[in-house]
Design a protein around this ligand. Structure first.
Ligand code: PEP
Ligand code: MG
Length: 567
């Protein structure tokens, strides 16, 4: 009888294989107290073990980019003076031996990281655990068990896998893994994604339920592990795996094609980025441009508001990387859920409806002008466009445009080049910008619909509130009518509308959005080829007829059902 276990989807894909239970040798930490005379030698032991591990990390022969990133991250953590000082203090001041000092320091670091609010930083706790294992093995002179020698077709089950475990896996032999612990943003999950290997994490106590050797199916798309599946189930998955392989090959060929529907509607399929690394990935994935560069990350990673010059360098490099492909850069969208370490936002009852984005920028014009100057200057190097977020009133857009014009006059005087035809558009993400779209389009060169916010403001449903998550749907007919209205208004004015909210990379929605007349889809890089594939194989006019039917629906559920049937 098959047993089915659910887990968090760390990496998509399907695999059929045999389970391999990976257990780590339990480490017994020596708790002997040492004498003052021994302290120097004990600290030297830890230092040597750390140095040995750092040396190992520097050998990047045959390492993937993800492995190299992890090696760099571990090297950085190990070179943090706080880490080594804490170990040294435990040895020198508390007379703890090398093993105990290392063990306690790692546990403290793991505890600190686990309590952080940020998902990504919290997951760095597993990197500290990993470092702890690696350095401890070296201290004890034990060779760590690894996953480099498994039989072909193994699905690894473990309480926890560290980033080193995952990167040491023999990729020819291991077809997937599932762990009790871990989160979607852990380094372990990131490696699985880059290896294109199905993986589940957060499975509770799966490692206590498995003996090893059982036949199993790992479904990374559905978050499911099926142990001892029936012959029929295996046959069903064999077909799915074959289809998936064929699709992957097809998508690899499609990614760099132009997305033109069967009846000739050309659509741009672009990417959303937060930094230059994202842009590199987007280019590799065949993006036609960037539909949204979220510049707030530049501000969040700085220790003060970034200067004009430092921003100019980034915008210029991004523009040049894209050549003549469009790069839409959003001006600072800070506030709401996004704060800055170096700036005290006013305490507000409703920060999402508060002092944020263009409101804050127009209130702090000196700061805003630095960003606009950097953008206008960078426009000389390619196809850069400026996008203003969270616009509610026409005068916000007019004032931003006035500032851009003022900067152009200044740059003329200074003899600095810029693109004289630089486009300035807006994000349509508030109800008022939809309702007033016909007025906005007089002053905007393009629209880009931010469905993440538009859906929350149209439906009065907080996009981050789990209690009402069932009410938050981009398929709500009110949202779809808003989208249609905005696209129609822009077309009547001879302009275009894109979409940079997550709805644009919902692969189930591509036909519907094509039918509504969308001109540009911008979202996750990983979805570019699939979106292009759907567009190339669809007819815009046929989808427009389907979209009409959808716009006549009364309920979200009706829309979702029709969209599913129409796939
Ligand atoms: C949006 O609101 O759809 C959007 C793309 O912006 P953000 O998610 O950054 O608010
Ligand atoms: Mg938004």
């Amino acid at each position: 009888m098959a047993e089915r276990y659910k887990g968090l989807k760390a990496s998509g894909g399907l695999a059929i294989g045999e389970l391999y239970l990976f257990t780590r040798d339990e480490i017994i930490v020596d708790d002997r107290k040492i004498s003052e005379a021994e302290t120097k030698a004990e600290f030297a032991k830890v230092k040597n073990a750390i140095d040995e591990y750092v040396k190992e990390l520097s050998n990047l022969d045959g390492a993937s980019e993800a492995q190299a990133n992890i090696a760099a991250a571990h090297t950085e953590l190990l070179s943090d003076p706080y880490f080594t000082d804490t170990i040294e203090s435990k040895i020198t001041n508390e007379l703890k031996n090398a093993e105990l000092a290392l063990d306690e320091t790692i546990k403290e670091m793991v505890e600190i990281m686990s309590q952080l609010d940020d998902d990504y930083l919290r997951e760095r706790a597993s990197d500290y655990k990993d470092i702890g294992f690696q350095v401890m093995y070296k201290l004890k002179g034990i060779k760590a068990k690894d996953l480099s020698n498994l039989a072909k077709g193994s699905i690894v089950i473990s309480k926890e896998l560290t980033p080193s475990d995952t990167s040491n896996m023999n990729k020819e032999a291991v077809v997937g893994f599932a762990t009790d612990l871990g989160g979607k943003t852990s380094h372990t999950s990131i490696i699985a994604q880059t290896l294109d290997m199905p993986a589940l994490v957060g499975m509770g106590d799966i490692s206590t339920k498995i003996k090893g050797g059982e036949k199993a199916i790992l479904d990374g798309n559905e978050g499911l592990l099926i142990v001892n599946p029936s012959e029929e189930e295996i046959a069903k998955y064999e077909v799915l795996i074959k289809e998936q392989k064929e699709k992957k090959i097809r998508l690899r060929e499609i990614k760099d094609k132009v997305a033109i529907s069967k009846d000739g509607k050309k659509v741009e399929v672009s990417a959303n980025i937060g930094n230059l690394d994202d842009l590199r990935l987007a280019i590799e994935n065949g993006c036609d441009g960037v539909g949204l560069f979220r510049t707030e990350f530049l501000y969040m990673q700085s220790s003060d508001f970034p200067t004009e010059e430092s921003q100019f360098e980034v915008y210029k490099e991004a523009t040049q990387m894209l050549g003549d492909k469009p790069l839409i850069i959003r001006t600072l969208d800070i506030g709401g859920d996004k704060g800055l370490d170096y700036y005290d936002f006013p305490k507000e009852e409703n920060p999402f409806l508060g002092y944020r984005a263009i409101r804050l920028c127009l209130d702090k014009k000196d700061m805003f002008k630095k960003q606009l100057r950097a953008l206008v200057r960078a426009s000389a190097f390619g196809n850069l466009k400026i996008m203003i977020p969270f616009v509610v009133n026409i005068d916000e857009l007019k004032e931003a445009r006035r500032m851009v014009d003022e900067i152009k006059v200044e740059l003329d005087k200074e003899g600095i080049a810029y693109n004289k035809d630089l486009d300035v558009g807006i994000m349509v993400e508030t109800s008022s910008s939809v309702i007033m779209a016909d007025k906005f389009i007089k002053y905007a060169d393009f629209f880009s619909i931010g469905t993440n916010d538009l859906t929350q403001y149209t439906l009065a449903v907080d996009r981050g509130n789990e209690n009402i998550a069932n009410l938050y749907s981009n398929y709500n007919p009110a949202v779809l009518r808003a989208i249609k209205h905005v696209i129609d208004v822009s077309h009547e004015a001879g302009k275009w509308t894109g979409m940079c909210g997550a709805f644009a990379s919902d692969t189930d929605a591509v036909k519907l959005l094509l039918g509504l007349g969308l001109d540009e889809f911008s979202g996750s890089s990983a979805k570019i080829a699939e979106i292009k594939d759907t567009i190339i194989n669809s007819s815009q006019q046929e989808e427009a007829i389907f979209a009409e039917k959808i716009l006549d629906c009364e309920l979200t559920e009706e829309v979702e059902k029709l969209v599913k049937e129409h796939k």
